[in-house]
Design a protein around this ligand. Structure first.
Ligand code: TYD
Ligand code: MG
Length: 457
């Protein structure tokens, strides 16, 4: 019998060491080393490389001489997914989708599989039985006899079935449940994840079949397993959103075949996920008349302009220490904006509780939301509503200056499309909008107190 070999792996970054160490020399985390058994000596089970003989030795070529192939992407029925993938599924690509439990990863991928009637799809689940998957498919309500399901955790058997079925798209739900006999440690351990991903990648590249992997995420929100998993795959998508809210966001965090900052929005309904084609409309609440404390920011998520409602409540603190609480926005940046308003605008906010909320459960990190946030707070403090026909797109500097933001023309166009009457931007954005004709009034300002006196008199 072959000798059992074991090694220690950092559960954070995947670094390997022959002995236990307290601090990982590679990523600096403490107490992350776990012993895992690796035994490659008597690898007996089949895997995807069994049939393919010795690899062809590749030779270097001049880059000019390399034949360029137009990449034929597979367009899915799901426009949001096509966008986050950079224009459709690339054949032979390995795509990882991460997200919290219950967010809808299995629903999303099953739905995509069912919406591709011209493609033979194999959906492998290590988490649910065929009956459970069937129940979900019935809920989604799309009929497709070209979609096959398999409840299996052994990768060797998965490959055996693949050879027989020859699917044109493979879905693995989830990579953490898959198990390869070549590695002795438990399913979900670093070495298992790494081995299974490597075999799936080999399969994807050699047969030009796209593979989707579902990955669990850990408490900190990173995809569980080593960072190497993210390095190995071509595309990493994050499926996020508050589980109690109906909206879900699919975000690209890495993409070898497209922009890495794209975004798709879905709504979770009783019959699966529905694409949200015009997200700005859902992010701005419908209401009769104007309310104080609300302002609309023209932000950019990836390449997509989004108008988002900012709500704030400013009221005198009753219990000693004033509170500053924000949902969907960085608390430190909020403190900075409050200090700017105090110092440059002359508002007494030090004695006030400040609550801030970004509509729709979104997380904002676009500095262009600064001006809308400031105006929402002042509107609440003064109890003067901001007209719901105006929006804002500018960063606020420490000196109270209104700074220009990127892609201002895209933001203005989106606001115009949605029927806004005016947008407040920086006067330093002049160059970007020169010579363009907009129906919407573009108001340009250089300092925050000028905006305040224009709005609140
Ligand atoms: P699921 O896809 O199982 O999440 P994950 O694979 O990320 O763990 O589904 C998550 C939730 O979605 C579950 O609580 C039930 C709900 N759901 C709907 O609201 N409508 C539907 O049509 C389906 C299939 C699920
Ligand atoms: Mg699932």
């Amino acid at each position: 019998m072959a000798k059992v070999k074991s090694a220690f792996f950092c559960q954070n970054c995947g670094a390997q060491s022959p002995k236990w160490t307290g601090k990982c020399p590679s990523c600096g985390e403490w107490n992350t080393y776990v012993e895992e058994v690796i035994e490659k000596e008597h690898a007996s089970s089949p895997s995807w490389n069994k049939a393919s003989g010795p690899a062809r030795a590749s030779k270097p070529q001049a880059i000019d001489q390399v034949e360029s192939v137009a990449m034929q992407r597979i367009k899915t029925a799901d426009e949001e997914l096509n966008r986050v993938l950079g224009g459709g599924i690339v054949p032979g690509s390995l795509v990882l989708i991460g997200g919290e439990p219950g967010i809808g990863k299995s629903t999303l991928l099953l739905q995509i599989a069912l919406q591709l009637p011209n493609l033979k799809v194999l959906y492998v689940s290590g988490e649910e039985s065929e009956q459970q998957i069937k129940m979900r498919a019935e809920r989604i309500g799309i009929k497709n006899n070209n979609c096959f399901v398999l409840s299996e955790v052994g990768i060797a058997n998965v490959f055996r079935q693949i050879e027989e079925l020859e699917p044109q798209l493979l879905v693995i739900d989830s990579i953490q449940t898959l198990y390869s006999d070549k590695v002795e440690s438990a399913a979900g351990s670093i070495s298992q994840i790494r081995e299974c991903t490597a075999e799936l990648m080999k399969f994807a590249k050699e047969t030009n079949t796209p593979v989707f992997l579902i990955g669990h995420i850990n408490k900190e929100g990173a995809i569980a397993g080593p960072k190497v998993l993210e390095h190995m795959v071509d595309t990493v998508l994050q499926f996020e959103g508050d589980r109690h809210l109906v909206y879900r966001i699919l975000r690209t965090t890495k993409n070898r075949f497209g922009a890495a900052s794209e975004l798709g929005i879905y709504e979770m309904q009783g019959e699966g996920l529905r694409e949200v084609k015009n997200p700005s409309e859902i992010l701005i609440s419908q209401k009769d008349g104007d309310v104080s404390g609300v302002a609309i920011a023209a932000t950019l998520e990836g390449n997509r302009p989004l108008l988002i409602e900012i709500q704030s409540l400013v009221s005198p603190a009753t219990y000693g220490n004033p509170q500053r609480t924000s949902t969907g926005f960085d608390n430190k940046r909020l403190s900075m904006l409050l200090a700017v308003l105090e110092k440059r605008g002359g508002f007494r906010l030090g004695t006030q509780d400040v609550f801030l909320n970004v509509a729709g459960g979104l997380k904002l990190d676009d500095p262009a939301a600064d001006l809308a946030i400031c105006m929402a707070m002042i509107s609440s403090l003064e109890e003067i509503p901001v007209s719901s026909k105006v929006c804002f797109a500018a960063e606020v500097g420490l000196g109270g200056e209104i700074r220009a933001v990127n892609r201002i023309d895209g933001r203005i166009m989106e606001a115009e499309k949605l029927g806004f009457e005016a947008i407040y931007v920086s006067k330093f954005a002049q160059r970007a909008i020169e010579g363009k004709k907009f129906k919407i009034a573009v108001r340009q300002f250089g300092r925050i107190h000028e905006v305040i006196s224009d709005l609140f008199g």
